[in-house]
Design a protein around this ligand. Structure first.
Ligand SMILES: [Zn+2]
Length: 217
């Protein structure tokens, strides 16, 4: 104990000196920036905003589909874009925020798939798992859910938040469980991650609905 106390006191002194020295050598602007870190501005939206945006993109998708000759493009991706349109329009009928965000994610993925099908782009839609209203995902990150850890695609901001240990991520809120993120539920959006967890979102949703109808009938 006699030797432990001086060692502890010394460690405290060293720590304090380090902090003081660090703050002296850090440029003032960096210190100010550090003091202001984070918190990140949350994504603010209303159901009407999302519905309007989803309707716009779905209309654009419908226009591009009708202006495309299926014989001239990749047939599988063309079909997928068509299914994204019908699933998106179905989701748009809902008043739930999670469904409206889904309609927007479907519209965007359909539009990207159609452009890839026509050889006008090589980039498919890559939503951030936590919130498809964010910038698109840039890389995967390990994230603990329940007893396990999953690797999920995330935008730059969410990636940074998780690396810093931020617990309150700017995730889509659950419609049914207040205060919880959507992905802790068990609906079609939690299962597909708005396309972050599956390669083909429209087909995954179609099959999910089909299985649900068979179980309930
Ligand atoms: Zn994100």
């Amino acid at each position: 104990m006699e030797s432990f106390v001086p060692a502890l006191a010394m460690a405290v002194v060293v720590f304090v000196i380090s902090v003081v020295v660090l703050r002296k050598v850090m440029p003032a602007s960096l210190v100010r920036l550090y003091d202001r870190l984070p918190s990140r501005r949350r994504t603010v939206f209303t159901a009407d905003d999302i519905r309007r945006r989803a309707t716009d993109v779905l209309n654009r998708l419908a226009d591009e589909l009708s202006g495309t000759n299926p014989g001239d493009v990749d047939g599988d991706l063309y079909e997928r874009a068509g299914l994204a349109r019908s699933e998106g329009e179905r989701a748009l009928d809902s008043s739930r925020l999670t469904d409206l965000i889904g309609a927007l994610a479907l519209a965007r993925s359909g539009l990207d798939d159609l452009r890839v099908a026509a050889g006008r782009s090589h980039v498919r839609y890559a939503p951030c798992f936590f919130n498809p209203l964010h910038d698109q995902a840039t890389k995967e990150i390990a994230y603990p859910i329940g007893a396990g850890t999953v690797s999920v695609p995330a935008c730059r901001h969410c990636h940074g938040d998780i690396r810093r240990g931020v617990r309150d991520l700017d995730a889509v809120p659950s419609d049914t469980r207040p205060g919880e993120p959507y992905f802790l539920g068990d609906d079609k959006w939690a299962v597909t991650g708005y396309g972050a967890l599956v390669d083909d979102l429209p087909t995954a949703l179609f099959r999910y609905e089909q299985a649900r109808r068979e179980t309930t009938s």
